[in-house]
Write a protein that binds this ligand. Sequence first.
Ligand SMILES: [Zn+2]
Ligand SMILES: [Zn+2]
Length: 65
Amino acid sequence: MAYDKNKYCRGCALPVYEGQFYSCMECKFILHESCANAPRMKRHPLHPYPLTLDNMASAGKETFT
Ligand SMILES: [Zn+2]
Ligand SMILES: [Zn+2]
């Protein structure tokens, strides 16, 4: 497996490794921040609920020793 299937952008279908992204707590819907802000995403809303801006770095890099 090249990437976690639960962590790929629904906008561009690329994996979301790090950095800021929008996510839904209910259905794992996620988008790169850049994809969420892209004009085509606004013309074609793929998700009915508001998405929260999250950050991958805070979830995966807690240990800093
Ligand atoms: Zn994307
Ligand atoms: Zn959702």
